[in-house]
Write a protein that binds this ligand. Sequence first.
Ligand code: SAM
Length: 249
Amino acid sequence: MRIDVVTIFPEYLEPLNVSLVGKARARGRLDVRIHDLREWTHDKHNTVDDTPYGGGPGMVMKPEPWGEALDAVIESGAQGAELPVLVVPTPSGRPFTQELAVELSEKPWLVFTPARYEGIDRRVIEEYGDRLDVREVSIGDYVLAGGEAPVLVMIEAVARLLPGVLGNAESHRDDSFAPGAMADLLEGPVYTKPPEWRGRGIPDVLLSGHHGKIARWRRDEAFRRTVRNRPDLVERTDPAAFDKKDREI
Ligand code: SAM
């Protein structure tokens, strides 16, 4: 997969050199290219923002540098048949979910446009919306100073789903929100050695070696935790997906 990020803070994206994403890049699973938006400015101050039409506080990112930058990035991949999906982080976008992470992980090429100030001139989104699959995406109901942290979040969520990126391909199968039998359930508690720590043991069933009982216990705990922490997820689950035992929890 290829990922391009256009930003006025390229150094903010340095964590993409470490850990899982850094390894995926080193192994050639992920081709990440970071671009400085200011390279596409033409005045001596490298201006990327201006006052908003209609007045009001804050500044708005100018369309010209974004247009030139995105044209150049798209052009650089023109030899490939596929156009990129343009991912625009914004608190006014659709929520970023595991489902969307899975969908994006199946695309060959993503371009992210993290903004600053009050966001990007609307015409940029309209312009590329005519040519590309554009997704305006929010990582949560709060407002950050810029889109770089949301881009780090989204790239990590997508990258760990790519084939060959996680050491054990099964690791994300039982994750919270993972599609399948546990869909829409949060993952339950997990334990490792030693068997006793500060007087606290681990549930006996996990030492039983009985795979069926362990799976049942994990589902019960996942269901219990979901009811407690995210009742909204339980409410939107089809009751047909409930086990008889779930109804007792
Ligand atoms: N005035 C905008 C609003 O209220 O929707 C907020 C702009 S915010 C200060 C600047 C930039 O940070 C946004 O354009 C976006 O790129 C990013 N950003 C902030 N919060 C975000 C969130 N929850 N999800 C995704 N991106 C976010």
